[in-house]
Write a protein that binds this ligand. Structure first.
Ligand SMILES: Cc1ncc(COP(=O)(O)O)c(C=O)c1O
Length: 780
């Protein structure tokens, strides 16, 4: 294998100044820029204009430079978020000039406009948004280049990952103790089935010093340009992303996670196929191996050329780190990033849907329900998608349990690793339990400092009732109409949704109901609605007085089963004041609404300017693992400690704590609360658009990614359109989107997807609703 490095130009700064003047008519000062095979100078004119003078390697053909020029023009003419330099013509009007160096070698010369920005490699911490912008930029570039061709791109090139086998010979130049490490990665590379990867012309060198970033603050930074087209080659398209990932992973505490953020954004714009996703990690590692191998050769051939050694030390330390990563972890994370089934499993022998329904009838209680007229047989989940037994993918718009995504690999790993080490109960000291309690309370208002871990939302509300009763020495509770708080004896009694519904036995003597504070359909709708609804609370508490007074007021911070009801502003604040005044305890049921879903706040009660005495948590807290929590004040906890031990076999076990911690980590690291805010706003804007064009849509409401669409038949009477809502949900399912209905008239479409839901998902949801709504109306 030969190297082009010895043919690198050796021009001086004075040469560059002279070339600029002679060929481009510019009076400039010049400074060196690093390059492996070429020579680049940064030029400045007196007036401040800046350029890059590119002196090509003597081995470079004019045809290849023409390819680069055409490619730059092609990309610059397309709608891509990235900036591209302009080609500055010579005085003779050409794109390329030819100069002869002092050593009498001929070099082609081009002049490009300078692009401002900081190199990605110079930025210490890479914000998730910055990584996502890199993914988007690369995807747009690759998608665009799929329509570009040039014969000069079909070349033999040592940086082409498809041709990486040639560099394998160089392993012998590496230090003895590192050869097997690199050989291991090459062995993986050998397994790649290139026929399953799409091919196109690619940039092939999105290294961290070729990526320019703009933006002053970390959160505002985004990739503005990907420079240097000298490594362009026709290869597997996915190699372009793999090259970028190799550099993105450098110096990262979680290299795989950082790479996954780029992949997720890339995939959303220019979807990768399964084979491409599965080859990405190997290809990225191969790029690192190429880098260390080619650097070793360069040190042998041209020891004074520093270029390749720039990333050599970090590349080695990354390769060593990656060697310690167990099994198929990168594959799982990358597959999750692309919303593909995280674990590959062969064709399973499933029972048919009909057989499963029959078996359910035989062995499961008939009070269990199934969604949809033809029930779904779901066998897998990844991110915001569910997969049925036939392999069909559904966009999950309603499952708020899979908060950080179905089968999130970080949560799965936390559970599996802890399960393999220990799972006991809270009667032993355990770091996980205390750490989780500290992390959870740190997310809550100061006064909520004491945690009880349980196994479900029902259990959390059941315990909240016991705490309130112990603290007040009273029995009664006030609840809002249509509320649901759980499936135990006491929580069914707290749930008008159940006790007033089919099979319900009406309110228990200790339960008092107030109207659902619904400003769209409820009793009070105007600007003073909150005052009226709170007044009802006083009446309910008065009747509780006859039983010794109110122990607890239970209220969801936005009422989900009641129909995605957003409480009128400050309802909870004023209701809590009234309840406390009467000696009662305020319980915020955040089972549906907590953990960043509200977007503006981490807890929905914060949107109400209210602080509860007890908060109950469930569903998203464990991302599907059975976990719940009650958090309260030290005073209430003290009242509960009356001598009777509180023991919960599974509540607070080390596995649950590991899961809870992993969920909090992912919400923080992936900025999912911010995503709920931004994607939620985007979605609501789209839905409001639908409201304007479809009579059936009476109301669109919600905060963040907790949204309801109320369907009505008549805008005057607001007659609920329950059957239409049911039909719409069925038709959406046929189109691959999962939703459900709720509310007392079953006419409210519930939207509360995993928080990894993207703007593109939101647009798909709105567009599909739009077409289904037209059909649904016509069916009337
Ligand atoms: C608001 C609310 N609270 C409590 C519960 C009960 O939670 P779990 O089903 O985990 O017992 C639910 C369940 O749907 C709920 O929506």
């Amino acid at each position: 294998m030969t190297t082009a490095v010895p043919k690198a130009p050796r021009l001086t700064g004075d040469d560059a100044v002279r070339i600029a003047s002679q060929h481009f008519g510019l009076e400039v000062s010049a400074s060196f820029l690093p390059s492996e095979r070429d020579q680049n100078f940064r030029l400045r004119t007196n007036s401040g204009a800046q350029f890059v003078l590119k002196i090509a390697n003597a081995a470079e053909t004019a045809e290849f430079l023409e390819l680069q020029n055409q490619l730059i023009r092609f990309l610059a003419g397309r709608k891509i978020e990235l900036e591209f330099p302009s080609l500055v013509p010579t005085r003779a009007g050409a794109d390329i000039a030819s100069v002869t160096a002092a050593d009498s070698r001929k070099h082609y010369v081009r002049l490009l406009t300078w692009l401002d920005g900081v190199c990605l490699g110079e930025i210490k911490t890479h914000h998730p948004k910055l990584l996502a912008s890199l993914g988007r930029g690369l995807a747009q570039m690759d998608a665009t280049l799929a329509g570009f061709s040039h014969p000069a791109a079909d070349r033999s090139f040592h940086w082409d990952l498809r041709q990486a086998g040639a560099a394998r010979d160089l392993i012998r130049l590496l230090p003895d103790d590192r050869r097997s490490l690199v050989e291991g990665f090459f062995a993986e590379w050998e397994q790649i089935d290139w026929s399953r990867l799409r091919s196109s012309i690619i940039h092939n060198d999105a290294n961290d010093y070729n990526i320019l970033v703009r933006g002053a603050t970390a959160a505002a930074q985004s990739v503005s340009a990907i420079l240097d087209y000298g490594d362009v080659v026709h290869s597997a398209t996915v190699c372009n992303l793999a090259v970028a990932l190799a550099y993105v992973m450098l110096d990262k505490p979680d290299p795989i996670g950082a790479a996954a953020q780029v992949i997720a954004a890339y995939h959303e714009i220019f979807p990768l196929n399964e084979a491409e996703i599965d080859s990405l990690y190997t290809l990225a590692c191969t790029r690192l191996c190429l880098s260390v191998c080619l650097a070793a050769r360069q040190t042998r051939d041209a020891p004074d050329n520093e270029y390749l050694n720039i990333s050599n030390a970090p590349a080695w330390s990354l390769l060593e780190k990656l060697c310690d990563i167990a099994g198929d972890w990168p594959l799982r994370v990358f597959r999750f990033a692309a919303g593909m089934p995280v674990v590959k499993h062969g064709p399973a022998l499933h029972r048919t849907g009909t057989e499963l329904v029959a078996a359910r009838r035989k062995h499961l209680g008939p009070s269990l329900s199934l969604s949809y007229q033809v029930p779904l047989h779901i066998v897998g989940g990844s991110r915001q998608y569910l997969f049925d037994a036939g392999g069909r993918r559904y966009l999950d718009c309603v499952n708020n349990v899979a908060h950080v995504g179905h089968s999130n690999p970080y949560v799965v790993r936390a559970a599996a690793e802890q399960m393999a080490i220990l799972n006991t109960n809270t009667r032993y000291l355990h770091d996980g339990l205390t750490e989780y309690s500290e992390r959870l309370t740190a997310m809550l208002p100061d006064r909520l400092r004491v945690v009880y871990l349980v196994n479900s939302g029902s259990e959390a509300n059941e315990l909240a009732l016991r705490l309130a009763r112990a603290h007040t020495n009273r029995t009664d509770a006030v609840v809002v109409d249509c509320a649901y708080h759980g499936n135990t004896v006491a929580t069914i009694d707290l749930s008008p949704y159940k006790f007033d519904g089919p099979g319900g036995r009406g309110p228990a003597s200790w339960v008092h109901k107030v109207s659902l504070p619904d400003v769209y359909r409820g009793r009070y709708r105007g600007p003073d609605a909150a005052t009226h609804y709170v007044r009802e609370l006083y009446q309910a508490m008065e009747s509780a007085e006859r039983n010794g007074g109110i122990a607890a007021f239970f209220c969801e911070s936005a009422v989900s089963c009641g129909g995605q009801i957003m409480l009128p502003p400050a309802y909870l604040r004023d209701a809590y004041a009234a309840v406390r005044n009467a000696g009662g305890v305020c319980v915020a049921d955040e089972v549906q609404t907590g953990f960043g879903r509200a977007g503006t706040h981490f807890w929905m009660f914060e949107t109400q300017d209210a602080v509860p005495d007890i908060v109950t948590l469930g569903k998203p807290i464990g991302n599907g693992h059975p976990l719940g929590a009650v958090v309260t004040t030290p005073e209430i906890a003290h009242s509960f400690a009356n001598g009777m031990e509180y023991f919960n076999t599974f509540g607070g076990n080390p596995v649950s704590c590991a899961v809870g911690l992993a969920v909090l980590d992912v919400i923080r690291d992936e900025e999912l609360q911010l995503n709920a805010l931004e994607t939620g706003a985007h979605l609501k804007a789209g839905l409001n658009q639908l409201k304007r064009s479809h009579r059936l849509v009476g109301d669109v409401r919600g905060e963040g990614l907790f949204i309801g669409i109320e369907l009505i038949r008549n805008s005057e009477t607001r007659e609920p359109a329950g059957p239409e809502a049911a039909r719409l949900v069925e038709q959406m399912k046929e189109r691959g989107l999962l939703l459900s209905t709720d509310g007392p008239f079953h006419n409210v479409i519930k939207i509360k997807p995993p928080l990894v839901f993207s703007k593109k998902d939101a647009e798909f949801l709105v567009a599909t609703l739009d077409s289904v709504l037209q059909v649904t109306i016509h069916d009337d």
